[in-house]
Design a protein. Structure first.
Lengths: 410, 200
């Protein structure tokens, strides 16, 4: 998979960028806050539909464009996938309504035809690794769920659709819970939304489960190489709802069971949905009091567990007890595992986006990462100083300097 | 707004901008059009608006908008009163009537379940529907809410309220495009959707 051409208009600090990308590593260098990260962010936006570095799409519109009264941003790319050309286009436009509020309109186009966000699935696939990626292990659970969603949405349209439906039904059910609590509304109207939540919640949990299984398997192999076999890494999925558990032991925090329901082949999809729905119904009294839904994928968690074969079987939860260095290495392993997972799922190599990550790594990890960069069709790397890379690599790469939202060949 | 504009003008602009799809600019343009008009358009419009609010009411049976109660459809003895088609709004009744294939009667909900926008079951004519289904000689209820998420949720809720009653409950066939709007569907599509209704 290759990005052939990238065009940005009023995106972050880019007024305008027209960039032809070669089919070999691209090395972007320049000082901080010049636009290196934003370029990778724009590419990620086209792949996943939203930015992992912005809390709202509004932040992506260049502030000067807003000040000039043209609150509009656009990211456009031409790709080559499986020998075929494809155009992806996302436009963001801020409208001011008559009541003074603003609304952001997001228009997604695939090959010039307007599409929904879930239609971006299976188009551009990327793996993004930034200095902030370490939050995946050390940060809040929402970031880990977001990570699973970004990876799965890029590949599986059905997942993306289920996620959209789930989020919509969740907002509705929460509104009904508060309506019952505050205005004495009829609790029977929770049922339609519970049906939608159960159906899509099971789809989401199943996909997350098989994703984490594969990721854990790949990450362990990568991690062994990165640590010289000093450490083993495992990812544990803790679904908020586990239908294999007998009702009494079903734990709100989602305590992991030996046999996870999502992988049990003897439990049919319909049975899972029904058990899930019943669990929601059983929780109604408590959830009406709280005014929110407390069961479902929006409460899932992942744990990063490391153990050292030389130190016996002692296991460590890296999120809580890992050192900064251990957490960094674990994230690198997971990101490279994601690369392999995507390759397996799509039979294409994703575009690898590496933001300032080499500086933090020791020689062994750096060498391994450069090996991975050489294995993909396209990689875009950023660095404050191109000297950081070995001469052979710089020679093969196309180096571009980024300065104040302008990209020029270096 | 400037004080040089008479209050009767600003009032009309404000009232018009309350209408859906009409912003302040359009409201002002419409107001000045009415002011400039040589004909008696403003007066005829005023009369029409007065009639609208004074003469129309909800039909006490189906809750469609009507001048006579019961409405002409409910009053028509030639129609099949054992079949009730449940729709979101009066414009859906209009669309189905124009297709000229349906001989039963209607029930107008005046909306769909949209809790996040503050619209709950209590805001719709749902208890009126269940009462009607319990009392009368109803044999079939066709759930004809739009094929959108909200329309499906509403249909699912109605089904849960009606399924204990001994009658056939159907959902409009899949002829309508997903996410589509009943009131904009053409006659052929509506006819097919009605013919292909399925038991739920
Ligand atoms: Zn009537």
């Amino acid at each position: 998979m290759l990005i052939r051409y990238l065009s940005l208009t009023n995106f972050r600090n880019y007024a305008r960028l027209e960039l032809t990308l070669p089919d070999r590593p691209v090395l972007l260098y320049g000082g901080n806050a010049q636009g290196k990260t934003s370029l990778l962010e724009a590419i990620f936006l086209l792949a996943a539909g939203s930015s992992p570095l912005a809390s709202s799409d509004r932040e992506l519109i260049r502030w000067q464009a807003e000040a000039d009264g043209l609150p509009y941003a656009r990211v456009w790319a031409e790709l080559e996938r499986d020998g075929r050309r494809m155009e992806l286009d996302i436009a963001l436009e801020k409208h001011t309504l008559s009541n003074g509020h603003t609304r952001l309109q997001k228009t997604i186009r695939v090959n010039r035809a307007q599409r929904r966000q879930s239609d971006l699935s299976g188009k551009l696939n990327v793996v993004l690794f930034t200095p902030q990626s370490v939050d995946l292990v050390s940060g809040a659970p929402a970031g880990r769920r977001r990570y699973m969603d970004d990876a799965l949405c890029q590949v599986h349209a059905a997942y993306s659709e289920a996620l959209e439906r789930y989020a919509k039904a969740l907002r509705q059910r929460n509104a009904v819970l508060r309506h019952v609590r505050d205005e004495g509304g009829n609790p029977a109207q929770l049922a339609p939304f519970e049906g939608t939540l159960a159906h899509n919640g099971v789809i989401i949990a199943r996909q997350r489960h098989s994703f984490l299984d594969a990721l854990s398997r790949h990450a362990r192999a990568v991690h062994e190489k990165l640590t010289g076999n000093d450490e083993w890494l495992r990812l544990d999925y803790l679904p908020s709802f586990d239908a294999a558990a007998p009702p009494a032991s079903r734990n709100e925090m989602g305590i992991r069971l030996d046999e996870e329901w999502t992988s049990r082949s003897d439990v049919g999809l319909e049975d899972l949905v029904e058990a899930y729905r019943q669990a929601l119904v059983a929780r109604r009294p408590r959830e009406i009091a709280r005014g929110m839904t407390t069961l479902g994928p929006h409460r899932d968690e992942i744990h990063f567990i490391a153990s050292s074969p030389t130190l016996g079987t002692h296991e460590v939860d890296l999120g809580t007890y890992g050192s900064r260095g251990q957490q960094r290495t674990a994230v690198l392993s997971v990101k490279l595992a994601e690369l392999q997972w995507m390759r397996e799922e799509t039979n294409e190599t994703p575009v690898l986006l590496l933001d300032e990550v080499l500086a933090e790594l020791d020689r062994r990890r750096r060498a391994y990462l450069q090996e991975q960069v050489n294995s993909v069709e396209q990689a875009i790397l950023t660095a404050t100083d191109p000297e950081m890379f070995n001469a052979g690599f710089v020679e093969r790469a196309t180096t571009l300097e980024v300065k104040g939202g302008i990209v020029q060949s270096g | 707004m400037s004080s040089s504009i008479p209050p009767s003008v600003t009032t009309l602009i404000e009232e018009l901008s309350e209408l859906p799809g009409i912003g302040r600019k359009t409201a002002a343009r419409l107001t000045y059009f009415l002011l400039r008009g040589r004909s008696d358009l403003a007066l005829r419009l005023a009369q029409a608006l007065q009639d609208l609010s004074e003469r129309t009411r909800f039909c006490s049976i189906c809750y469609n908008i009507t001048e006579a109660d019961p409405c002409p459809v409910c009053a028509d003895q030639a129609r099949d009163h054992a079949t009730i088609c449940v729709v979101e709004g009066p414009l859906d009744v209009l669309a189905i009537e124009q297709a000229d294939v349906y001989r039963g009667v209607y029930h107008v909900l005046h909306g769909v379940l949209a809790p996040s926008q503050g619209i709950f079951a209590e805001d719709l004519r749902i208890s009126e529907l269940t009462a009607r289904a319990r009392e009368g000689e109803v044999e079939e209820i066709i759930l004809a809410t739009n094929p959108t998420s909200e329309g499906d949720w509403t249909a699912s809720y109605l089904l849960s309220r009606l399924e204990s009653l001994n009658m056939r409950i159907t959902r409009l066939g899949r002829g309508l495009p997903m996410g589509g709007d009943l009131e904009y569907a053409d006659a052929v599509t509506l006819t097919r959707a009605l013919e292909r209704r399925e038991q739920v």
